[in-house]
Design a protein around this ligand. Structure first.
Ligand SMILES: [Zn+2]
Length: 274
């Protein structure tokens, strides 16, 4: 298998074992997203729709075209059988076979953080090209990516368990969409404790605490290994980890950092000049 097909397999396997509709935080996010869609929006393209929970919520009120590159996700989406999806397209986010300004609003939830740099640029261009008036975008907010790293026991790759490659704040999102201006910003989701990349590195390399569990169902995105197991560790490593926890607590209090909602949701409007 190629690296590309391992990537595709990573997301197919992800969607075989993930159901967003069961997550109360996603349900709450659905309510918020619906409230944020501006009045007058009739058509929506949902890019990176996944298994389509939010897609279907939007489709209760709007004409929605769903786009994803995972066949497994799209099969799940179709099984939910919403009568009112305007279309389902299997395509990469940076090459979507739809005309310019195809929809009033382009929606993207938890997608941009997954894309390699060149695909990310291409996807942002496509979103701007397809949106006649608005973009509604949600991603994790300032995520400490290393916190959710697993390690492949076969090839040694350290990777984010959900495949996140980027961390964003509002300014980083703004830079992706120069033809649009941000008109609304919200934060939602489970509270994420303060974390520090260097401390998380120590937690993993010194204390062997990776973001893994025994029933973990995931394929290594580089070598395709599927039997990834949580490493065993003794009392010394556990004690060291308690020390790291205390350090994180002390340091975050010193910096005045508090737990923050996991997601940022931003609404953009096309600039008058474009
Ligand atoms: Zn591997």
């Amino acid at each position: 298998m190629t690296a590309e097909s391992h990537q595709a397999a990573f997301y197919d396997r992800h969607w075989e074992h993930t159901s967003t509709a069961a997550d109360p935080h996603i349900v709450a996010k659905g309510d918020l997203v619906l409230r944020l869609v501006p009045a007058g929006v009739r058509t929506i393209v949902d890019i990176g729709c996944g298994d389509g929970y939010l897609t279907h919520r939007l489709a209760e009120h709007h004409q929605v075209t769903a786009v994803d590159r995972s066949q497994v996700a799209l099969q799940r989406l179709r099984r939910l059988r919403a009568p009112d999806l305007a279309g389902v397209i299997e395509a990469s986010a940076d090459a979507i076979p739809l005309p310019d300004r195809a929809a009033d609003l382009v929606f993207s939830s938890q997608m941009l953080e997954h894309l390699p740099e060149d695909v990310l640029r291409g996807a942002a261009r496509e979103m701007q090209r397809l949106a006649d008036r608005h973009l509604l975008v949600t991603v994790p907010h300032r995520e400490t990516l290393r916190r959710r790293y697993a390690r492949c026991s076969a090839c040694g790759l350290e990777f984010h368990i959900d495949g996140h490659l980027h961390a964003f704040d509002a300014a980083a999102l703004d830079r992706l969409f120069p033809d649009f201006e941000r008109v609304h910003t919200e934060f939602a989701g489970p509270l994420e404790p303060p974390a520090y990349t260097s401390v998380e590195w120590l937690r993993q390399h010194l204390c062997r605490h990776w973001w893994m569990w025994d029933s973990l169902k995931i394929a290594c995105p580089r070598c395709g290994e599927t039997s990834l197991r949580k490493p065993r560790r003794g009392p010394l490593r556990r004690a060291a980890e308690r020390g790291l926890d205390r350090f994180t607590e002390f340091w975050s209090r010193r910096e005045g950092r508090v737990p923050e909602p996991y997601w940022i949701i931003t609404l953009y409007r096309r600039k008058a000049s474009t």
